[in-house]
Design a protein around this ligand. Sequence first.
Ligand SMILES: [Mn+2]
Length: 279
Amino acid sequence: LFPVYTRFRFGGCDARIEDAAVVVVGVPYYPTAGVRPVIDGPALIRYFSHEVEDNSLLVEGEFYSSVRCCDIGDVLPGSLERVGEDLESTVARLLAMGKRVLILGGEHTFTYYAVRGARPRTVVVLDAHLDAREELRGERLCYATFMRALAMEGPAENVVYYGARAYSAEEEEVLRSTGRRVVLAGCPGDLERVREPVYLSIDLDVLDPSHMRLVQAPEPLGLGPSGVVEAMKALLGKDVVCVDVMELSPYAIDIPSAALAARLAFEATLLLARSRGEV
Ligand SMILES: [Mn+2]
């Protein structure tokens, strides 16, 4: 049905796809990354997902186990374009089925394709960076440039960054010159006003490196884990159709970072389920 394969599943995701509110899909690839992980990010998140306690930090009294969730596995391997197009069509088809989608990455570049598949009104990006460079080492479409391409081509009218702290004036200017509404949010309250439907992209490097070490581009002075949960809370109850948790790049095994990534991925299932009236 979908171009995917499965090794092991995100914890507790045992609903059949027909019954699921939230569908999990992995893109465990790093085609333009400078570092080569020893194990892929989605595999590590799934491994640690079985250790996460059942309560939510996002929604009091709600439990992950009450969310009907189905993990369909990983998009099949291939080139950036091939994997990207498979992800784009998978996201579009799942949303057409009325599902909400959680994507586990993998490098952030795949967000470019997932947003094209989701066609939201607003993309909210939790990221230390703007990812809006013109090119990086000759690559026009890579983890450092894809937001420029998205802003140029659409589909989202609004791009809201939260936690950005490492970028050039040129990147900011280019984003603003696209005619889209680009906001560098300063507090979670800025996220409460975003237009729906919403695509939420979490680049794990939005977190401070003291909490999140397994990323390609760690950047000091970042958010703490509760800062990310606060941002998710600001979006709770909105029509959040797709969330991605990207850039877990395990070039070493760091247990606290992997456990935090798994916890945030679970909180994302509640954010998605709430938008569908599930919990
Ligand atoms: Mn980043």
